[in-house]
Structures are given as C-alpha cells and as structure tokens.
Ligand binder design. Sequence first.
Ligand code: SAH
Length: 213
Amino acid sequence: MEDTYRHKGLRRLLVEEIRKKGIIDERVLEAVGSVPRHAFMDSGFINFSYKDAAFPISAGQTISQPYTVAFQTQLLNVKPHEKILEIGTGSGYQAAVLAELGARVYTVERQRELFVSSQQLLGQLGYKIHFHYGDGYAGLPAYAPFDKILVTAGATEIPPALLQQLKQGGRMVIPVGNSEQQEMILVEKISETETKTSQHGGFVFVPFLKGKN
Ligand code: SAH
C-alpha cells in the first residue's frame, strides 16, 4: 500500500495531537510518525486511519487508539535491541511501533485469522517480527526471559506465567480491571520474588481471553 504525502501529513498532525495529550518521549512520537497506520485498518475505516481513536478490525477485535499505543510504549521504556513480548497482536500496529524503536518483538495472538493477516502484512511492510498463534496467558516460555512485556487486551489479573518470563529489572505494562474498564498497571520486577506496581490511569481494551480461537 502506498504511503503518500497526504498520509505523511496526516500522521504529523496525529503526532502533534498525541503530544498535546501528554506523550513526551520523542522516540515514541517518531515511531508513531513512521508507521503507516492506514495499512493496518479495515477497508471500511481507512479514511479514519489518522484519527486518534480505536477502530474495529476482523474477528470482532480492535486496533488500539494511537494515544494508547504511545502511552503503553512510553511506559514500557523501550531501548534498542531489547527483547519484547507483546500479547494481543491484533492488527500488528503496536508490534510495528515497537519494531520502529529497534526492539526484537515477539507477539502472540489467539485469533488465527488475525495471526495470519498481521504476519503477512508486517512481512510486506518489511518488519522483522516473530509471530505466534496461541494463548498469551502462557506467554512464550521457549523464548523467555523478556526485557519487557506488553499486554494489549484487558486482563482481570496479572498472569503468573508472564511475570515469570520477565527478566529481573524488567517491566510489564498491562491493563487490569473488569470488562468495562481497566487501570494501566506497570509492574517492575525488582528480583525473583519482589515486584513494584504502579497505576497509570483508566483505559478500555477488548478482553484478554483464555485459550485459542
Ligand atoms: N496490539 C493490537 C491490539 C489488538 S486488541 C493492535 O495494535 O492492533 C487485543 C488483541 O488481543 C485482540 O486481537 C485479541 O484477539 C487478543 N487477545 C485476547 N486474549 C488473548 C490471549 N489470551 N492470547 C493472545 N491474544 C489475545
């Protein structure tokens, strides 16, 4: 799909909009400014690609709001070459933003249809990302430990397997709550037995569901 001057212009406006909303990490803003979000949208919503809102994608899921993607990414404090596990590939947009930051991205999706389509799209766009079809509750033990873990679906608890797969000194960002609303939680793993958690405001995500579909 073409990335035109018009797309680039709309993206610059989007970046300024999320900057005004409080995203201050220049590298994150640059990453949002680089990823062609219109390539990740369902055709019915393509004209809204650079609106700061979530939109439906296939399998009854959503592509996250750019502000939310930027907020989670900023909180994760991604450094180049870090190994990052994302739970909930969805459209693949968030995975692309992480890849733009120079991270090594592993992403898991439970909807087969989305796993297939996002793997194909990100390959076409030239992103080197590891795609996995499975239940994110279990994480990816074969590739653990991870420097950072990012959950992009609304959880009711912090899955113990994910905490286990986080490196000492690592960070996990996960929205935790009920089906209506979640609180953005940052978990810092201080040692094998100690964690520090902090709360970072209310968000709404599609549910983190158990099992594969
Ligand atoms: N990061 C995505 C957001 C997609 S919405 C993006 O940028 O577009 C959240 C995704 O989490 C959905 O695609 C949903 O199917 C997926 N999901 C929910 N529960 C899951 C689980 N247990 N394992 C893996 N993915 C899950």
